[in-house]
Structure formats: structure tokens, C-alpha cells
Write a protein that binds this ligand. Sequence first.
Ligand code: 26V
Length: 808
Amino acid sequence: NAMKNWDDRGTTAEAIRAGMIDKLVYSVGKDPEHATLQDWSTALGLVVRDHVVDHWFRASHRSHEEKKKRVYYLSMEFLIGRLFNDAIANLQIEPAVQEALSTYGLELRDLLDQESDAALGNGGLGRLAACFLDSMSRLEIPAFGYGIRYEHGLFRQRFHDGWQIEEAEDWLVSGHVWEFERLEARYTIKFGGHISFDGQGNTKWHAEETVFAMAYDTPITGWQGKHVNTLRLWSSRPTEILDLRRFNSGDYLNAAEKMIRAETISRVLYPDDTTPEGKELRLKQEYFFTSASLQDLIRRYLTEHDDIRHLPDFVSIQMNDTHPAIAVAELMRLLTDEHRLSFVDAFDIVQKTLSYTNHTLLPEALERWHVGLFRKVLPRHMQIIEWIDFHHLAEVQSRNLAVSLEDVRIIGHGSEVRMGNLAFIGSKKVNGVSALHTELMKQTVFAEFHRLYPDRIVNETNGITPRRWLYECNPPLRKLLMETIGTDWIANLEKIDAAAAFATDASFKEKFAAAKHANKIRLAGVIEKKLGLRVDPTALFDVQIKRIHEYKRQFLNILETIALYQAIRRSPANDWTPRVKIFGGKAAPGYHVAKQIIKLANDVAKIVNSDPVVGDRLKVAFLPNYNVSLAEVIIPAADLSEQISTAGMEASGTGNMKLALNGALTIGTLDGANVEIGERVGPENIYIFGLTSEDVAEIRVKGYDSRATIEGDPVLSDVLRAIAEGDFSPDDPSRYHDLTDILYNSDYFLVTADFQSYFQRQRDVDHGFRDTSRWTERAILNTANVGWFSSDRTIRGYAADIWNVPSV
Ligand code: 26V
């Protein structure tokens, strides 16, 4: 057995050391004397990768030989971050690696820091996809992630004078050792043109443009390497190379035009997660990766089975939001035009194979395409969608239920293709991502569909992988837990509840507090390095990290910061609880209000941080370029987790789970998964405030007078007066008139309505934190009681309720 020899190299320190030298010399092409940190990092990465590959091959062969049912997770985004430490952790070879490096006086940390983040996603949706890949490997579910290999991931954020500046991100430049180019896995993707029928049942799509989709595979190592799945990302390539005729006539730029146009499709990630861009390129990206993925999985299916009709028995496809919803029409096209099934038979297969996850109720985020654009780019799919829409409508009419027909049409008002409705109709199951969100789906956006298909909508509350979000990112706490309750929690996070018994154990408490303190010192170092700001690690670290959105209400947090600042200035002699307000997050480049909010936070920071009256009682730090790697440093250091969205608007949240697991107490609204976190940690270990989603729905109907609220609240009035008069922007006093106007005149997100209860709750936090011993107990109970939020539990739910596949 050829595989055996590979294994024999082993994972001893000596084997790793020897392997590293071998890779350094023969793969990187450097001798040890001249090697840079980057060279060493690549060499070690290649050694670790070899071990991953061994497990990977074994897993793939097993799945193939046993013809197992496969799960395909289609996602426009995978926010995976760094992979190096993740592989070392999952293979449990850190001690050997450390020892091997010490021979050369190298620090593992320094080598790990050479890796760039794979930021192929915007936020929650993309990071969830990455956690799911990890859990599918942990549960030994044979699965593929399918997405786009963006050459440039999410932009890098810099601050210039407090304003957000976006810079192109370039994760591939320093070499990415974790992927394998698959020259043989290449598919043709067509766009535009017209359709012809030959009268004998043959349909032909005469495309105007074609590109190739080329596969790049990244292994996703499960816990202890027991199973390894594949993330397959598609890169677009021209089908024709240089136009030599043009080149020879001296027309160099135009000679390359088609190549550039083809490569543009996978060039860059769309940096917005609020508003769908009505852009042709975005539609092409969606179709590009969906078509390549479906062609690829059908080819794999046909190597193991010969009847395409049994596809649903061996394949489940999950659509991560509507971005791959074109899969409904594309699978129809492949089954009918290419595999010669009837439309009715094909649709039956489609509906048994596909499922759809909804991640937001914000109506403006639901994808819709103009029929004209859609027909131009995907003429065959437009015909297929018209067929589905027609037959669906006929079926609904025949059932004689009192549903609004217009609401369940795919083609709305004859002019737009609604991807949410397409996804719903073409799916076996449709799921929401928290209990509240799923309930609201049933009552709002999909109400009519829910009446038609009462069994289709199911809930799968989100989760996070405990490997990355505790084991890897929080070594001090990991160590303490391993000493105290063993190691079961790493693969079975529910077992972390054993820590609850130690919540009042003096020695455990002391060590738990010490772990938190060590993490805070590390974060304080990062704050000082990045912002030149010194913060006191004994202060309360109050953290809000997430994309900047009005509904997430960073603005509310800033208003509270200003109110606290004013109160401290008024009575500096009071016994204040020292706080550091820590922010991180990016604004979509075209989202004006979100960018103003960033600038306001930075302006407030400047004034507060330099005010000698306030000193260490309050500091404000907005860390630039929040990403997965920065999250791994901030989360273990947090005392307080800000989850303060307008109730009913945050589908789930997953940062809330990561922070609670690492021992932060939550201050939050009854929104998304906060509700379920509260149920598990208990009311005394979470700070809930504000309007409920029912209150919000009622206010939206009745109307709300924010001006009256502001004028009735002297604290809030004073805060808004200070902002409006330019206290924080003396160089441009009217800078924030847009922001203050919103609060007075159109406070859609109800910031003013929740201000008072939020401010009050924050004072309860001040009080709670002063009882250091009690606070530590409550932090321990957060860690111990949120084991249910493991993405392993979530994936078990998908496997049982949606995919019908076994999991270990
Ligand atoms: C929409 C669009 C519109 C077209 C342009 C690009 C783009 C990209 C993303 C989105 C939808 C984003 C939805 C999203 O990220 N939802 C978040 O999903 C998390 C995982 O389920 C959840 O925890 C968050 O609450 C939810 O906001």
C-alpha cells in the first residue's frame, strides 16, 4: 500500500524537523542560513500539509468505495481565515512542532503570523459556512464546500483621519500552501446568446460567451484528522487564449480583452452584505460557481451510479442563502437538456435534492433580478423559470387556498425574478438560523408559502466550531479546562457543562480569572501596537465586533459611551467602573451612514482618550481591519459582549456565541440567538434590555415619535446636543447632522427608543463587574452553559432533518 509509507514518516519532533529542512531546500529552494520567516513558514506548512493529505486521501477513498451519500454546501462566501494553526490543532502535533522549531530558534507564533487570512466572505454568513465545513469533517459526513476562489477577498480597512479607507486585499501574493490546483477538473460555463429547438425534443443553447471554471481544492481537517473534506473553489479562465491576429497587428491591449473579461468573474468578492447589487457581474458570479458545482457533482455521481434518477438518494445540496438559488433552474437544465429527463421528472428530483437556508429578513437584502437582465445573461434559465412559475401557480390555484398568488410568484409583477421564491419552491426544506428568526420567517416573508407548505420550514439554530473558537484561540482557558474537566468538550462541546460544578471553586475561579487576564494583556498589547493607546487590562473590556450596520446599532453603543463620558466628567470623584470600549468592523464601501458611524466612533475616541479628567475610567478603541484573525485575539479577552440589534432584525448572530463561550457576559436585546443563549445561561448571567420583536412590530404599525423620546430624556438630549454642536468634531461641527437628523426624524432602528433601558442596563453591568468574584462565577457559567451552540450540534440537525445522512 503506497499510502503506508507516507504515514511512516510520523509526527515526532525529529520527523517534523527533518521534513522541514527537506521542504525548505527542495520545495522552497532556500538554505537554512538565508531563509526568511516566510520561507520557514512555507516549509513547515508543507510538512503539516503532507500529513493532512494522508488523512484526506484515505477519507476520499472510503467515501468513494462505500458510495456514500454526499452533502454539497454551495456558498458564495467562505470566511475561513488562517488554516495553518487549525491543521496543527486538529492533528494535535503542536508540541512536536514547537520542539522541532526550537532547534532553529524559531517561534511557532511568528511562523503562523506569516499566513494571510483567507477573507472570502463578508461576515456572519461566510463564517458560518467555514464553521460548518469544520463540523462536517468532525462528524465524518462526506461533504464538499463549493464556492468561488476570489483573487481578492474582502477589502482591507485602514483609517485615515478616522475615516474608513478600503484597500484591495491580496491574500494569494505570499503563496497559499493549502490549496491544490486541479487542472483536470474544468468545466465550460456559458452566458448569453439564444436557444433553439429542433422539433425532436432537442434544445440547444447557443451561448454568446463561454468561460472555464477551474477547480482549486483545500482540505478541511476534522478533529484528530479522522475525516477530511474538501473545499472546492472555482476560478474563471478564458476558453480562448490571446487573440494572435490582433496581437500581431500591434493591438496588444485588445488582444487580451477576452482573457481579462473571463478572469474578471472570480476577481473580487462583493463587499456588501446589505443591499443586493443589481449588477450583471454578480449574477454571472452566482451562475458561474453554481453551474460548475452542479456539473462537477453530477460527474462524480455518475462515476458511482448509473441512473440519474436516483440522485436524491446520494446527493443533498444546501444553498447558503439565495446566492446559489439559480441551482434550481440549472439543475433542471442539466437534467432535461443534457440528461434527457422530462420537466416533471426533473423537477421532482430538484425538489428532493436542494434545500435553502435563509439568513436575513431585511427585505432590501432579498435578491431580485430584472427579467431583462436575467434573460440576457441566462436565456435558457429564464425559460425554465417561466415553466416552474407557471406550473407552481397552477398547482396553488388548484388547491383553492386563500393565499395571495402574487406573493408566491417567482416572476414578480412580470418584471423581476425573485430568488427567494425560486429557492423556496425548488427546495425540500427551507431553514432559518435561530428559533426567533424561523418563527418570523413563517409570519412575515414566507407567510404565504408556509400556509401552502407547512412542513417545509424548519429551524436549525446556528453554531460555532469549538476547535477554532476555544481550543485554538484561547490557549490559557483550553489548558485550564483540560486540567479540570478533561478533553471531551473539544469534540462534544455539550460536555463543557462539567465546568459549571467549578463555578464556585476558589482555585478554579482564580485560574479562570487569570486566563482571562492573560488574554486581556495580549489584547492590550495589540491595541497599543495598532492605535498607540494604552489601556488598563483590569478595566472592563466591553466589545462590539461585527459588520457596521444601522440595525446592529453600533450608534447606540457610541451614544451610551458619550453619556458615560459626560457623567464621568460631571462627577469625576465618583467610584466609576473603569471600561474600555472596543469596536471592530467594516462598513460596506457604499454605505454612507455606516461610514459616518465609524468616523464618529473614532472622533469620540480621540476626545475621550485624551481627556485627563477621565483618565483610565473610560477608553475607546476602534481596531482597524477586523477579520477572523483579529477576532481570535479579541474574543478571548472580552468581559462584555454587545449584541444590541433592533429586536427582530439580527437573524441569529454567531459572535454572541463565540464571546459567551469564552466567558464574556452578554448585554443584548431579545433578538436572534440571544434569546436561546439567555435560556441556557439564565437571566442572572445575561443583561437583557429593550424592546422585544413584538414591541417593534407594533411600533412600526402605530408609528413612533423619536423627537418626543429625546426631549423627554435629559441624558440622551445632552448626548445629541454634544454631537450636533460639534463637541467631537470641532474641525467640522456640522459633520454629524445627517446622523442626528436620522434620530430625530426617522429613527427606523429605534435607537432612541432603547437608549434609556440600555443605559440603565450598562450601569447594572458596572455594578456587577465590581463584584469581581461573582462576575467570574457568572463568566464561568456562560462558558459552561453554551455548549449547545457548537456547530457540531447544528450540523447534526441538518443531517437528520434535511440531508438524511448519518453522522458519528
Ligand atoms: C446579501 C447580499 C446581497 C447581495 C450582495 C452580497 C450579499 C452578501 C450577503 C448577503 C446576506 C447576508 C446575510 C447574512 O450575512 N446574514 C447573517 O447570517 C448569519 C449566519 O446565519 C447570522 O448569524 C446573522 O445574524 C445574519 O445577519
